[in-house]
Ligand binder design. Structure first.
Ligand code: SRM
Ligand code: SF4
Length: 576
């Protein structure tokens, strides 16, 4: 029996956010009133916390902030909405509805996220309810897509690859449903559902979790979901074609603050194995340990990774065994080969085709260069038009901000290729492997926490990095490059072989040395540097990589072998 005692809600000690949750009447807050108020485009302060649990954030256009202040106007408030889409799958018919909502309320733009779902940006308050109701028409919701609860559960979206993949995808939905909040607030507020006075939260309780919580399932050898970045990771272990069970990982996370050694990115620790019929109890118990032992006094230290490092991994396993009533079996062998997506067409055993597209920075939007929004809508039209009841074809989000057009019949292949060509939508055949492996978070203009550009800037920087790679004859080597506008790590930059993390406008910290398989975080190499300095720093690294690389050695492993940075094995190594 563990000697460590759980924390009980204490309004004197705990953060204001804990009080807001407790007093929200199970996530209702005063959202109804906030939505009705016409004097501002914003909602009440406390509701800004509560609305996250409904899958939405209040934001303002940061490009216009200074100008609006000068004109004595309030910031240009709008809302971001994030769908809950376990495993990233929507039918072509659902996609059409989601894209139509973006046309009506979200500037004809959809954002593919690093956790396999869609976001709508720039929705004004008066359209918020219509937007969420519109999304619901596709039978998609945004419950728990944000907030201190379990978020979208990730899994490999190409489940036709094997029977094992199909089983795993079903688990992503099962886990997501199982850990949904029980409150009726979402239906009451957004869908005019019947008012239910008393709600109980049997899993979460009134204070929900101390912080956000993330789960992913990986099927080796592909670590496309970046399993080590999650609070809980499940690694599928096969028994022939079927699922034998899951290795369980805990305590992954990316978020940190610049120059604050108390915070750090951490790869999840493997703590054992469970059979499929034990899996729901295991994930629920881990979540409950975090609910009871997580830090509710300091939000920046409230993720499961810090709870585990506080208890030690062995201590955490003891507490978990108390909650489960038994201990996990020893972990089973597994290995990963890479953590990216595979592009182009593949055919599944049932004769259907699946096409992974490369979506630049995850943004589905028409630009001068390519008409991604219009083109994809035409593909959806084609697939829905072909079917009776919209069952033909799916749009699946990858964990790396790409899109897979799935379950396409042989007859439709050529027509889809034609539409993609006409709209200049990439199927990943002309870009360098480094570009195909790159990720950038949203950052400016919508993200309130951005310190530097990411989505809007990485493509330009990549043009210049590609020139360097070409010059050194290493353009065909895949190097994972990821950029975020701040150290919160939304594009998982600490799992990149080259990571850029925003420090100030035009300035980035440069990190090196993560593994190519996503199981080791990188380390700070240079601080607060601009584009010219970045390129100057990378030049000799690439020259040396081209000259001294061992066959098949990845860039991340090379910079460690050559002593440019030391390998990071745990949180304290990261800042050492
Ligand atoms: Fe994130 C906060 C966008 C994946 C770690 N993240 C935010 C907010 C909501 C900013 C805010 O709090 O005001 C960003 C909204 C920007 C916008 O305008 O859309 C934001 N995060 C995103 C997305 C859209 C980035 C993207 O370009 O795809 C991703 C949405 C995923 C989803 O569908 O659910 C996104 N965020 C991640 C990931 C990656 C992952 O989960 O695999 C991480 C790192 C993993 C982790 O959680 O540790 C991540 N986001 C954070 C953090 C740091 C949390 C921490 O432990 O310290 C914050 C800040 C916070 O929570 O206080 C944050
Ligand atoms: Fe915003 Fe920072 Fe996340 Fe980028 S990493 S989306 S800048 S919170």
């Amino acid at each position: 029996m563990s000697k460590v005692k759980p924390t009980i809600y204490d309004p004197k000690k705990h953060t204001a956010v804990e009080g807001i949750k407790v007093n929200s009447n199970y996530l209702r807050g005063t959202l109804q009133q906030s939505l009705q108020s016409e004097i501002t485009g914003a909602i009440a302060d406390d509701d800004q916390m509560i609305i996250k649990f409904h899958g939405s954030y209040q934001q303002d256009d940061r490009d216009l902030r200074a100008e609006r202040r000068k004109q004595k106007l309030e910031p240009l408030y709008s809302f971001m909405i994030r769908a809950r889409l376990p495993g990233g799958v929507a039918s072509a018919a659902q996609y059409k509805v989601l894209a139509k909502v973006a046309q009506d309320y979200g500037h004809s733009s959809l954002r593919l996220t690093t956790r396999q779902t869609y976001q709508w940006h720039g929705v004004v308050k008066r359209d918020l309810k219509k937007t969420i109701a519109g999304i619901n028409k596709a039978l998609v919701d945004s419950i728990a897509a944000c907030g201190d609860v379990n978020r979208n559960v990730m899994a490999n979206p190409l489940f036709e690859q094997s029977k094992l993949h199909t089983e795993v995808y079903a688990w992503s939905k099962k886990i997501s449903e199982h850990l949904l909040p029980n409150t009726n607030a979402y239906h009451e507020i957004w869908l005019d559902g019947e008012k239910v006075e008393s709600t109980e939260e049997p899993i979460y309780g009134k204070t929900y979790l101390p912080r956000k919580f993330k789960i992913a399932i990986a099927v080796p050898p592909n670590n496309d979901v970046d399993i080590y970045a999650n609070d809980i990771g499940l690694i599928a272990i096969p028994d022939g074609e079927k699922l034998k069970g899951f290795n369980i990982l805990v305590g992954g996370g990316m978020g940190s603050s610049h120059n604050d050694p108390e915070t750090y990115p951490r790869v999840a620790s493997v703590i054992g194995f469970c059979k499929p019929d034990e899996a729901l109890k295991v994930v629920e118990s881990i979540l409950k340990v975090q609910r009871d032992y997580g830090n509710r006094e300091v939000r920046k230290l409230a993720r499961l990774k810090y709870t585990i490092d506080g208890l030690t991994v062995e201590g955490f396993k003891e507490v978990l065994a108390d909650y489960l009533g038994w201990s996990l079996a020893p972990a089973q062998p597994f290995s990963f080969e890479h953590n990216g997506d595979r592009y182009g067409w593949i055919k599944s055993d049932d004769g259907k085709w699946h096409l992974t597209l490369y979506i630049h920075s995850g943004r589905i939007k028409d630009t001068e260069q390519s008409q991604v929004f219009t083109g994809l809508l035409k593909v959806a039209d084609l697939l829905v038009g072909e079917s009776d009841g919209g069952q033909n074809g799916e749009f699946r989000c990858s964990p790396n901000q790409n899109l897979i057009i799935s379950n396409v019949s042989e007859d439709n292949k050529a027509a889809i290729e034609k539409i993609l060509k006409q709209h200049n939508i990439s199927i990943g055949q002309t870009e360098t492997p480094t570009r195909l492996n790159s990720l950038a978070c949203v950052a400016f203009p919508t993200c309130a926490l951005a310190m530097a550009e990411a989505e809007r800037y990485l493509p330009t920087l990549l043009d210049k990095i590609e020139e360097q790679l070409e010059r050194h004859g290493i353009a065909d080597v895949p190097i994972n490059i990821r950029m975020t506008g701040c150290p919160n790590g939304c594009a998982r930059p600490y799992l990149a072989e080259i990571g850029f993390v925003g420090k100030a406008p035009g300035k980035y910290n440069l990190y090196l040395g993560a593994s190519h398989t996503g199981d080791r975080v990188n380390k700070l190499y240079r601080e607060n540097i601009n584009e010219a300095e970045i390129l100057k720093e990378l030049e000799p690294l690439f020259a040396s990589f081209a000259e001294l690389r061992k066959p098949t050695e990845s860039f991340g492993d090379f910079v460690i072998r050559q002593g440019y940075v030391s390998a990071v094995h745990n949180g304290s190594d990261f800042h050492a």
